[in-house]
Design a protein around this ligand. Structure first.
Ligand code: AKB
Length: 370
């Protein structure tokens, strides 16, 4: 099709353009340059799609907050049959009806290995984890889920049973002694939560497996992820989702974090884009093999309430900080993610204003409330 356009364009050249072309003045008509650039873009996109199409993906933790939306995104990109969803329990209707779903425990190495063999899996997205607030209640369970599941996948990659791994880390890898503002990629890291310790340890192991065994593992330090399609599960940043549900249902919300607790945040669509982008990036562009800092915005419960009030003027917020306050206080207020932007072109689309509008509109349409 594009070749026909180029030929047509050649035919469409005016006699003057042709004369100039022959004389060596304005050598190539602008339209031809445009067509050639489009052709190159199309070839590179096609190459990427073909590469993606040779993939067979297993998402572990596919019924969870990020896992369920990530599975649907990947199915949209490479076809329902090429993305196998798995979790310890069934997921929502869309996830279950759109492709293969397998029940498996992320800590069961033999179970995961047999799924990988059965479905000829090339890439694993390991999304199963116990988040910060729940992990404080069940430290040993959190440690074994978060660490054993990672070792299972790293070892399967080391044994060449899979080619590539995505494993999410978190801003929880930082602790009270890390710089609070614009926390750099590399800095003091002394996490004081079970979840944070497990993520920081996981990062060390990812880098070790890459350097020692050439395991192609890629990772992002996720901030709080906000979505209207899925509910959060046991995190400290969950207030930033609950607040929207309560604003629409009750016109008020009691925050478990104090008014001025700033935390890095991101809308789900940006988180999914980052995940797909880092996994598609050429290997040499991934310079950080522990995990990349990533952010889109930072705000406090008070900032969020003010933004919600622009659309729901009657909305009221109260503050009753609980044990999650201590966790939030140990995390950065904001994150420096310039390395992800430089290395593999990370760029966010949603800021606080767009996020608030999208959340309220989305929840009204989906009619999803607690
Ligand atoms: C949590 O709050 O535990 C998570 C996270 C920041 O990793 N959302």
């Amino acid at each position: 099709m594009l070749f026909i356009l180029i030929l047509k364009n050649k035919v469409k050249q005016t006699p003057r353009q042709k004369r100039e072309f022959r004389k060596g003045g304005c050598k190539v008509p602008i339209f031809t340059i445009f067509v050639l650039t489009s052709l190159l873009k199309w070839i590179s996109l096609r190459k990427k799609t073909l590469k993606m199409n040779s993939k067979k993906i297993l998402v572990i933790g596919a019924a969870g907050q990020i896992g369920s939306e990530l599975t649907m995104k990947l199915r949209g990109l490479i076809g329902n049959n090429n993305v196998i969803a798995s979790d310890i329990k069934n997921g929502g209707a869309e996830l279950m009806n759109s492709g293969t779903f397998e029940i498996v425990d992320a800590t069961d190495k033999a179970g995961i290995e047999s799924l990988i063999e059965k479905h000829k899996i090339t890439d694993v997205y390991l999304m199963a984890a116990m988040l910060s607030a729940t992990a404080e209640k069940f430290p040993m369970k959190a440690w074994s889920l978060n660490m054993d599941s990672l070792f299972n996948i790293l070892n399967l990659a080391k044994d060449k049973k899979i080619e590539r791994i995505f494993w999410p880390s978190s801003i929880a890898v930082f602790g009270p002694s890390s710089p609070k503002e614009n926390t750099p990629q590399t800095t003091i890291m002394e996490p004081n939560t079970v979840y944070g310790i497990s993520k920081q340890t996981g990062e060390r192991w990812c880098e070790y497996y890459f350097k020692k065994y050439g395991v192609d593992v890629r990772s992002i330090r996720f901030p709080g992820i906000i979505s209207y399609k899925t509910l959060p599960g046991g995190g400290t940043t969950d207030y930033a989702i609950e607040i929207f549900h309560s604003a629409l249902k009750d016109g008020s919300y009691t925050s478990f974090l104090s008014e001025n607790t700033a935390l890095p945040m991101m809308f789900m669509d940006d988180a999914l884009k980052a995940t797909v982008d880092i996994m598609q990036a050429p290997s040499e562009k991934i310079k950080v093999r522990s995990s990349y800092n990533l952010t889109a915005m930072s705000f406090t419960p008070n900032d969020l309430a003010s933004e919600i009030r622009k659309q729901l003027p009657e909305f009221k917020i109260a503050y009753e900080p609980d044990s999650r306050q201590q966790i939030a206080d140990s995390w950065p207020d904001s994150i420096d993610d310039s390395e992800a932007r430089k290395d593999w072109g990370w760029n966010h689309e949603f800021d606080l204003k767009i996020l608030t509008r999208t959340m309220l509109d989305g929840l009204k349409t989906e009619k999803l409330t607690f």
